[in-house]
Design a protein around this ligand. Structure first.
Ligand code: C2E
Ligand code: CA
Ligand code: CA
Length: 870
């Protein structure tokens, strides 16, 4: 706001108004003083005139009195006053009467008429005054009521002198006090004016224009007169309230003071008039100036507002330009630079001073060519640009700069023949596109192709096959025991292992072939067509891959061994559609996994049939579980020294409604695959516990646990439930697990095993010696029993087998674990087993698995052993 008041227009306006009013003030002031000066001067002039008149009048009367005195003094005896006065011709309006008063105070002659007798007036003031005054001077008395004329008059008197100089009486004249009125009429005084004549004694002699003249002098007048004989003062009329400028003069020849008062209003009438006019003019001028200022201000404000709006817009435009992540340029019809932003300069790294308003496009271009960002002759380049702009109105292009950045330029033609361009550094975008492409198609850990890219390539190869008829193969690889590595060494080691595996696969294949990681520990290879039989080449490669992958690794200083299962599908033999090809390779892989791993299988139609059968079986198995088609048989375990039955192993049996008995080696994997194993396993455990309740109390029951069941359910809970529900002592329950349980989720599984053991349940390690058997497993957990796999018993005649069993027995004995030989079918095997120091045995030699009610618990001698066999 103060800033606004400092505005030049306002200042000018204020100056004009101030000047105007000060001029008015000055004018009025001088007018005022002039008015007063004039009034004073006029009052003075009038006072002089009045004085002159008064003196003249009095002198005239005095002349008569002197004339009359002369006549008296010439001949006192014969003095005829009336005659002499008439001769002088002076008796009239002003001098109303002349008279002679004797020395003893008697009025003896008067111009007013014949006196019957002398009248005594010796008491009168003018008589007394002259009687006592030795000087010869005119006495002017106070107005008195004249008995002779019946009118007011002012007596004047001169003393008469006898020849010897004595007092001889007086000659009096009577002055009509109305002379003042006559005087005022001759002067044409203003309406409120008044005049007065006073003696030096202050007493009023004559007046005109007063409502009620003060008899005595007023205080103001007295004070003024104390200063000067003549002068003026301002006096307020006590009777009428009118202030007047009063001019006064003391007469020179007579003891009189005359006053002329002029009414204030009259004096200032003109001034007031001027004042009003000046005021109106000044006010009008002020108004007009103010209006002008207001108009100018308004215009300025509007201008300012427009300017600031414009500034804001320009500012916003600038900010917008600088904020834009793209470079922007605009060239006019003469191909000169008009608009650009910082970004534009930054993108191309122009030297300072090059980019300025009006810089011709060709000069900027010349720099670009010099630095190598553009490699074309400038004229050609410009001509091409104009041609394209003319034709298409807009077009875009990409430039790879010498600094390696890529810039996308979009040009758009303008009406005036110029153009607007945007310049965008798309390097990062391109890089991230590449990166996204990488993520979409490659496995981040191993750098191999991912599932998507693999499928894309298989699809492409299939399409090519349809045109060129070149066969190819798809391999699916699955690592064995990978989870164990992950668990025991940690995920980071697992990742390192996967990388190593990927590298080995990559080295094993040719460049034309593709290796992929499909996820987890699943890999795949696409083997492209080439010379030679496809099947043979595939099998050679598969063997090479298994050899490469299963060779020992060293991860973080730990020796690690993993196996590898492979499934192969050949194209076109095993399908011409991608889903078909992949499914068949998967079936082959399934087969390899089931076949004990570290092997490969090429798809065959039999696998499809098996798979179909499996899925049919799966449906039937579901039904069987609900429909009571399942049963449990028991096979005793014998203490070899005594032939006593120590425990029985529960083995599931399925009597299929149409297919007859189906071995557990067939339906257990189906149950595992179909997620039925938990239900099935729990049912078997419960059934076994119930059956055990009807067996001798010293007989234990052993239940097989699938690794899948172990992984997918809470085995501790199941065991608790089964024993509690049946009432079986937990000490009579034994669970058989395989190494698979120790392989996967080992830590957690070991904890579960410990819990079971704490409950009193004993744990047996089943099928020991197959798979990856390592003696180390025996020390991992305090198993109650180790069951040596029947394949060993079958090969007992071989010396190396005996040696292995001997060392196992040695170890288990030292660890205080009992060892069981499975699958003893012959006396010879039994003998060998016993010779090796094994204490327990199981097999057809003693008894086949039988229903619970067919079990015989009395000791079986070697000879009797066959009696239980079917
Ligand atoms: P396993 O646990 O090793 O069971 C012993 C297998 O050897 C049984 O086969 C049994 O009948 C067979 N066997 C016993 N003595 C002899 C013999 O002298 N000679 C020969 N050749 N075989 C003998 P089975 O009953 O066919 O069971 C096969 C496998 O199925 C079992 O091997 C076990 O791994 C699994 N299995 C059976 N029942 C169950 C079950 O209830 N649950 C689970 N999870 N697996 C089961
Ligand atoms: Ca078993
Ligand atoms: Ca076994």
């Amino acid at each position: 706001m103060p800033r606004r008041l400092l505005n030049p227009a306002v200042l000018l306006g204020v100056a004009i108004i101030a000047l105007c009013w000060s001029e008015v003030a000055y004018q009025l002031h001088s007018d005022y003083t002039e008015t007063i000066d004039l009034a004073v001067e006029r009052g003075d002039t009038m006072a002089r005139l009045f004085e002159k008149d008064t003196i003249q009048l009095l002198k005239g009367i005095d002349t008569t009195t002197l004339l009359l005195r002369q006549a008296y003094e010439n001949d006192a005896e014969n003095f005829d006053l009336v005659k002499t006065a008439r001769q002088s011709g002076l008796v009239g309006d002003v001098a109303t009467e002349f008279a002679q008063i004797t020395a003893d105070g008697y009025l003896i002659q008067t111009t007013s008429g014949q006196l019957a007798a002398p009248i005594y007036v010796g008491d009168r003031k003018h008589f007394i005054a002259q009687l006592n005054n030795p000087k010869d001077e005119l006495f002017i008395g106070d107005p008195v009521f004249l008995r002779s004329t019946g009118k007011y008059s002012i007596p004047v008197a001169r003393r008469l002198r006898a020849p010897d100089g004595r007092f001889a009486g007086i000659i009096t004249g009577q002055v009509n006090p109305l002379f003042a009125e006559q005087f005022s009429q001759t002067l044409k005084l203003g309406p409120d004016s008044n005049i007065s004549i006073r003696g030096l004694d202050g007493v009023l002699r004559a007046s005109y224009g007063f409502v009620k003249p003060p008899e005595q002098q007023t205080a103001v007048m007295k004070e003024a007169m104390a200063h000067a004989r003549d002068g003026h003062f301002w006096g307020g009329g006590a009777a009428d309230g009118v202030t007047r400028l009063v001019s006064y003069r003391t007469l020179t020849d007579f003891p009189l003071v005359i006053t002329i008062g002029e009414g204030e209003e009259h004096i200032f009438a003109d001034f007031r008039h001027h004042f009003l006019i000046y005021f109106l003019i000044a006010a009008a001028l002020t108004l007009v100036t103010a209006m002008f200022v207001a108009i100018i201000m308004q215009r300025q404000l509007a201008l300012e507002r427009t300017n600031s709006r414009l500034e804001t817009v320009i500012g916003q435009f600038d900010t917008a330009l600088s904020q834009i992540s793209q470079g922007i340029t605009m060239y006019d019809g003469d191909h000169k630079l008009v608009v650009w932003n910082d970004r534009f300069e930054k993108i191309y790294g122009f030297p300072p001073g090059l980019i300025t308003v009006g810089r011709p496009f060709l000069e900027i271009l010349a720099y670009q060519i010099k630095t190598g960002n553009i490699d074309q002759a400038p004229d050609r380049y410009l001509a091409m640009r104009m041609e394209r702009l003319l034709k298409d109105r807009s077009y875009s292009a990409q430039h790879v700069l010498t600094n390696g950045r890529t810039v996308a330029v979009f040009n758009h033609a303008l009406e005036n023949g110029g153009w607007v361009s945007t310049h965008e550094d798309i390097t990062d975008r391109k890089n991230s596109e590449t990166r996204i492409e990488q993520l979409a198609h490659f496995d981040t850990l191993t750098g191999l192709a991912n599932r998507n890219l693999f499928k894309e390539r298989v699809d492409e190869t299939l399409a090519r096959y349809r045109q060129h008829r070149g066969g190819f193969a798809v391999f699916l690889l699955d690592l064995d025991k990978f989870k164990g590595v992950n668990d025991t060494l940690g995920h980071q080691s697992g990742d390192l292992l996967l990388k190593d595996v990927a590298n080995r696969i990559k080295t094993a294949i040719r460049d034309v072939d593709l290796a992929a990681r499909l996820g987890g520990d699943e890999f795949a290879v696409l083997l492209q067509a080439s010379e030679g039989g496809l099947r043979e080449r595939s099998e050679v490669l598969a063997a090479r891959l298994i050899e490469a992958v299963s060779a020992p690794y060293e991860i973080d200083g730990h020796p690690v061994v993993v196996g590898c299962s492979i499934g192969i599908a050949l194209i076109p033999e095993h399908g011409e559609r991608i889903d078909e090809v992949l499914r068949n390779a998967d079936l082959a892989l399934y087969k390899s996994k089931n076949a004990g791993r570290n092997c490969f299988h090429t798809y065959s139609t039999k696998m499809k049939a098996e798979a179909d059968q499996r899925s049919a079986l799966e449906i039937d198995l579901r039904e069987a579980i609900w429909g009571d088609q399942l049963d449990v048989h028991y096979q005793p375990v014998i203490e070899l020294d005594t032939g006593r039955v120590v425990s029985v192993e529960a083995l599931a049996r399925w009597n299929h409604k149409t297919k007859g008995p189906i071995p557990p080696s067939e339906f257990i994997p189906v149950a595992e695959d179909a997620g039925l194993i938990v239900e099935l396993g729990n049912w078997i455990m419960l059934k076994t516990c119930h059956d055990a309740m009807r067996m001798p109390k010293d007989i234990k029951v052993a239940v097989n646990l699938s690794p899948v069941q172990f992984a997918k359910s809470n085995v501790v809970e199941a065991a608790m439930f089964a024993t509690a529900e049946s009432g079986l002592a937990t000490e009579r329950l034994e669970l058989e697990i395989t190494e698979g349980v120790l392989l996967e989720e080992s830590e957690q599984n070991l904890a579960t095993l410990r819990q079971l053991k704490d409950m009193g349940v004993s744990i047996a390690l089943d099928d020991f010696g197959v798979g990856f058997s390592s003696l180390a497993y025996l020390t991992v957990f305090p198993f109650d029993k180790v069951k040596i796999d029947k394949s060993f018993i079958k090969r007992l005649d071989r010396p190396e087998t005996s040696a292995v069993i001997a060392s196992i027995v040695q170890l288990t004995t030292s660890l205080n674990r009992s060892t069981v030989a499975e699958g003893i079918e012959t006396q010879d095997q039994l003998d060998r087993v016993r010779a090796l120091g094994l204490k327990f045995g199981q097999g057809y030699l003693f008894s086949k698995p039988v229903p619970a009610n067919e079990l015989k618990f009395e000791s079986v001698s070697r000879g009797d052993a066959k009696s239980n066999a079917a």
